[in-house]
Structures are given as C-alpha cells and as structure tokens.
Write a protein that binds this ligand. Structure first.
Ligand code: GRG
Length: 296
C-alpha cells in the first residue's frame, strides 16, 4: 500500500467530517467557534483519528462506524495542545506553524475554546445518529475509555507530572510515566476505540492494545529526538524547547543513539503484535513506521 495516498484520503475524510460536526463561526458565540476551528484546522497530522480508522479496518470494520469517534479524538488532542501552549503551562507562541490560540485570540478565549472542544468531543461520541447500529454498551465503553485516558489517570496526569518534573532530576520510571500518560494514553484510546466500535474480539483488542502501547511510546521518543535534531520550519514549533525548559526526555537520559535504538525496538514490538490481522493491518504497520520516521 502507498501510505501517502492512504493518509491523504483519510485526512480529507476527517477534515470534511470535522468541518461538518464543529459549530460554524456564524453561530453564536462566533469568536469562540472561530477559535475552536482555528486550532482544529491549523494543519495537524491527524494521527490519532487515522489510527482509529486503521484499527477499525484491521478488524474488518469501516470508516463509517468510527468517523465520529475519530473526530472526537482529534478534538480532544487539539484541546490539549491549546491548553498546553497557554502562559500557565508552556507559554508557546507557535503551534502547527502559526500563532498559538491565545496569541491569535486571547487567553480566556483559548481556555474556553479548549474546554468547548473537550466537551464537544463527548457530545459527538454520544451522537445518536452516528451511533446507529452500534451496541450501546460498546459506545459506553468507548466513552469511559476515552475519559479515563484523557483525564487525571491519563493525559492530564502525564501533563501534571511533566510540569512537576521540569528542572528536576528525574529517573527512568518517572520519564516512562510521563510519556505513557501524556502522549501514550490518547494514542492507546484512539486505537482501542477503533477496535471496539467495529466489533473486535478480545484477542483482537489485546493485540491492538499491545500495538498502541509500543507505537505510542515510540512516537513520543521520536518527538523527543525531533526536539533535539528536528527542523523548526518543518516542525512548525520551536526546536530545543525541551532542554530550555529543563524537561526530562529520552535523549537527555539515554542519549540520541540509545533513544533511537529504543524507538526501533518498540517499533518491532508494535509490528509483531499485529500478526493475527494479516493484510488488513497494513495501514497500522505503515503508520507505526511513519510515527518514528517523521520529520514533523
Ligand atoms: C494540557 C491537559 C493537557 C495536556 C497536554 C498533548 C500534551 C498534553 C501536550 C503537548 C506537548 C507535547 C509535545 C506533547 C507530546 C505529545 C505530542 C507529540 C503532541 C503533538 O502531537 P502531534 O505531533 O501534533 O500529533 P499534530 O499537530 O500533528 O496533531
């Protein structure tokens, strides 16, 4: 399969659906809706929604069963970036190659746009039309998983420990906690949701979970490496910011060479976990490579 063609097709489907489901800037409160759309349509890679769709395809499902959930994952991801960039957190000026939300609008609007994106994501997950034909228990399980992965036991928890660790000496278990929670939890949820909504068996769910855990951690190690060796214009954000903030990263603890080796090992583990799916998991296989070989 040609990954670029696959990505392009999926991105177009996801963007069209996001445009349909996000409130229009013509609806009150227009500025808030404009701010939500500003960050959602700022040119992200759409990795999480694509993983949801690819996981569904791996278990014999189709995009129509999971598109709403895929878009919800992207809304939650975007909210996390908007809040992460705020002055109270990373205080960043650029994201996805353009001014951050609070720079383009104002701080209160950015906070509320993030809040509204998170809330809208759960509305969409529960959308009665989008859930037609899906066992309601699966929908409940999906919402529960996403809430857990995004909350204090997942992404928010990872963010808090990351902030608490800035400028401190941190050991490997804490670094792994940060990475598996701040980044890994949402990637895990994205993959699991695709499987559940498309009727995956327990064996298939276990395999998808192993895949997502390995690929998610490899993705974050790649992100740490890019912060050291990446190109600012391709990344669309500042390079070297982790070190400047005294953040704990893989390259800081293990060095670049060992970090790359660890990412490769995790990639191999992710691929091995997909064996039972055959060709249907080719998109997931290609995505795992893409997640560590990327330059943005
Ligand atoms: C504020 C609750 C809260 C959480 C913030 C996601 C996050 C947690 C912080 C963003 C900072 C960061 C570098 C996190 C690591 C995860 C990561 C690599 C995010 C960027 O994801 P990409 O590369 O971004 O998929 P695009 O823009 O392509 O969607």
């Amino acid at each position: 399969m040609d990954l670029n063609v696959y990505l392009q097709e999926r991105i177009e489907q996801i963007d069209a659906a996001l445009d349909r489901w996000l409130p229009s800037a013509a609806i009150l409160p227009g500025r808030l809706h404009q701010a939500m759309r500003y960050s959602v349509f700022a040119g992200g890679k759409r990795l999480r929604p694509i993983l949801t769709i690819a996981a569904s395809e791996a278990v014999g499902g189709h995009i129509g069963q999971v598109l709403h959930a895929a878009c919800a994952m992207e809304m939650i991801h975007t909210y996390s970036l908007v809040h992460d960039d705020l002055p109270a957190m990373d205080d960043d000026n650029f994201r996805r190659g353009r001014p951050t939300n609070h720079r383009e609008f104002d701080e209160a609007t950015a906070i509320l746009a993030g809040d509204a994106l998170l809330t809208e994501a759960f509305r969409l997950l529960m959308d009665s039309e989008a859930n037609q034909g899906i066992d309601p228990l699966r929908t409940i399980r999906v919402a529960e998983t996403i809430a857990r992965c995004a909350g204090s036991r997942g992404m928010v928890g990872g963010q808090v420990v990351d902030m608490e660790s800035e400028g401190r000496e941190v050991d490997f278990p804490i670094l792994e906690y940060i990475h598996t929670h701040k980044t890994g939890a949402l990637i895990l949820a994205s993959v699991q949701v695709g499987g559940w909504l498309s009727g995956a068996s327990d064996d298939q769910m276990n395999a998808l979970t192993r895949y997502a855990e390995s690929a998610g951690l490899a993705f974050q190690i790649a992100d740490d490496i890019l912060d050291v060796v990446g190109d600012q214009s391709e990344l669309g954000k500042d390079v070297g910011s982790d070190q400047a903030r005294g953040k704990v990263t893989y390259p800081a603890l293990l060095g670049l060479k060992e970090s790359r080796k660890r990412a490769d090992e995790l990639h191999a583990r992710a691929i091995a976990s997909l064996e039972l799916f055959g060709e249907a998991a080719d998109p997931l296989r290609e995505l795992a490579r893409h997640m560590i070989d990327r330059n943005s």
